[in-house]
Write a protein that binds this ligand. Structure first.
Ligand code: P6P
Length: 333
């Protein structure tokens, strides 16, 4: 029997293999970046395991407290947040951690010489309110290089999206999918629970140019600017279909795989938009652009937005280039 037959149907490139192969392309690499991504992978496997048993362990429901966003914290929000902080906090390359769940960034090193080169920002469990109904939820992360010139160490977390050196999300759905960019295209991995490894299934994810599909919470339409309402009227007239899960990771992943456009416009309730720039819009924008799509916040490219504070919110329009252009045409009027 040939080797090929022995391994037929099994992809044998793990995330670890992929990262070490990428690291080997950089002769001066210290391995710190690989260790950051390895920490994110470990924490997401831990979170996936807890999600899989959510109905069997006491991790459903709320903590009875609110986070800095004024949103009710789910038990698994706290568990996921702790897992990410502990995994990243034990890595020598991480200087600052910023989480949706924590008011202020966590400084792991006051050392301004910057031997700790990275800042990691994340939404530990995006869409966690869907957990109780077994809906798709996810983790979103963004990696910046530590800005040693920042006035305060924590200000290093306030860099525009164009300065990201990595971004990704983990979708905890029927399977656990990691979609990652380190700046040279987008790779997709699926967790094989039998061996506990993320295995490479696509080494060059490209978002389809067009698809007559938009994804937004249509219940908000009455609160949106006329331009968004005009776009939806136009799309409906053109025979577009609408899909919306209510978890950004799930809605963006569908958009990455099938094409279309995902929108969270400003509303009366959220006049700057609901989604957070630093650990939702920016990482998703890097992924979408690396896959050939576009990501805008109003008429400004999302990754050009200069952040003012770590939890700031922005409007989001992202997806297939052709579909985002249709929305921008209405916003420009
Ligand atoms: P709405 C989940 O709470 C979240 O932060 C994103 O994952 C999602 O895209 C959005 O909010 C859904 O908001 O107002 O449609 O429930």
């Amino acid at each position: 029997m040939t080797t090929e037959k022995l391994t037929a149907g099994h992809n044998l490139t793990s995330l670890q293999t992929f990262l070490l192969r990428e690291e080997s392309k950089h002769p001066h690499a210290t391995g710190a970046y690989t260790m950051v991504l390895s920490a994110l992978s470990l924490a997401s496997k831990f979170i996936a395991a807890r999600c899989r048993r959510a109905g069997l362990e006491d991790v459903l429901g709320s903590m009875g407290a609110e986070n800095v966003q004024g949103e009710t914290q789910q038990k698994l929000d706290v568990i996921a947040n702790e897992a990410l902080i502990r995994a990243l906090g034990s890595r020598p390359g991480v200087a600052v951690i910023a989480s949706e769940e924590d008011d202020e960034p966590i400084i792991l090193s006051q050392d301004v010489t910057g031997e700790r080169p990275y800042v990691v920002l994340f939404d530990p469990l995006d869409g966690s309110s869907n957990l109780d109904v077994c809906g798709g939820i996810g983790t979103i992360f963004s990696i910046l290089q530590h800005d040693r010139r920042a006035a305060r160490v924590e200000d290093s977390a306030l860099q525009p999206g164009v300065r990201q050196v990595g971004a990704g999300y983990v979708l905890y759905g029927p399977s656990t999918v990691l979609v990652l960019t380190t700046g040279t295209g987008v790779q997709m991995f699926v967790l094989d629970p039998a061996i506990g490894s993320f295995l490479l299934v696509d080494d060059d994810v490209r978002i389809p140019e067009t698809n007559k599909m938009y994804s937004m919470n249509s219940a908000n339409l009455g609160q949106c600017d006329q331009a968004y309402r005009d776009y939806v009227d136009w799309a409906n007239g053109e025979g577009y279909t609408m899909r919306y899960v209510g978890t950004m990771v799930a809605d963006v992943h569908r958009t990455m795989m099938k094409g279309g456009v995902f929108l969270y416009p400003p509303t009366k309730k959220a006049p700057k938009g609901k989604l957070r720039l630093m650990y939702e819009a920016n990482p998703m924008a890097m992924l979408v652009e690396q896959a050939g799509g576009k990501a805008f916040s109003g008429t400004e490219r999302t990754m050009d937005v200069i952040p003012q504070e770590v939890h700031q919110r922005v409007p989001v329009v992202l997806g297939s280039a052709g579909e985002v252009d249709h929305v921008l045409r209405f916003l420009a009027k």
